[in-house]
Design a protein. Sequence first.
Length: 292
Amino acid sequence: MVGPRAYIFFGLNVVRFLSIVSLILVFASSIFVIVTDVEAVNAFEAAKQSGNVTAQDFADCEYIENSTVPNQIGGVFWAVINRLLIIFQVVMLFLSEIGWPSAFFDRFFPVLGTRFGLGALGIFQGLIGAAVLSQHVDDFTLVSAFFLFVLGCINMFLGLLFRESAKSRRSITSWREEAKGVLPTTDLRSNLDLNRSGSSGSGQSSTSSTICDEKTRGVSEFGAVRNGSRAGYGFGRQGEKAAGLRGFLISKPVESLPRYAARRSASIPSRLSRTSRSPSPEPHFASGGSAI
């Protein structure tokens, strides 16, 4: 049976797909509007040069006919710059939605990176949609901008709902990594401990529980306290004295040598005994065979 995590994954990816489609539509409509504006400006300039448009007609119209270009100084320039900026923003949002390059966004534009949610993405989409809808455009551009604005509102809501975990929940790579951990895992040590504890008798279990309680009590009495109300006795004379009052005995370990170490006490007398049993050398002289 499909769990809630799967529904969230598929739901977020459906919104992601619709968001990508809306960005593509706005990208295409922006190019279409640029072409339409340029053609309208060229037709207006041709009509003005031919004398079909008077100076009064030129002063009365606020926008050039059949375009989004305002009839003012530098109107064509700013209209084209506006569409180019919208196209640039749409491209950046498109790359953020497909998740490439994620390292670039995490470093230079973190609000669109993997560590942030969908709220910032929805705000940018809403701003682009509102900027396009605030002008008199054709039906295709109008529908595309309205679609993008609706998706921006949905992304803002999902950003408030899931916060920074929204992109990780809809990521395909994280879904695969989490799917690997669905199968149950067992720990051999825990199984061995359970088997040993299950095979032991009631007396042994009660003894182990008593020892565990005593260890816990010993830690609370002689160790450091977590809440910081009083300090522990440590490992010095105070700790040894407090342990003796509680009935705990600290035995000193017996000194011992490893098996491969040589025994000095046994080797030295053996050498002395060998030297004492060996006869002393008799001196010899060149003049005679024995000493006088």
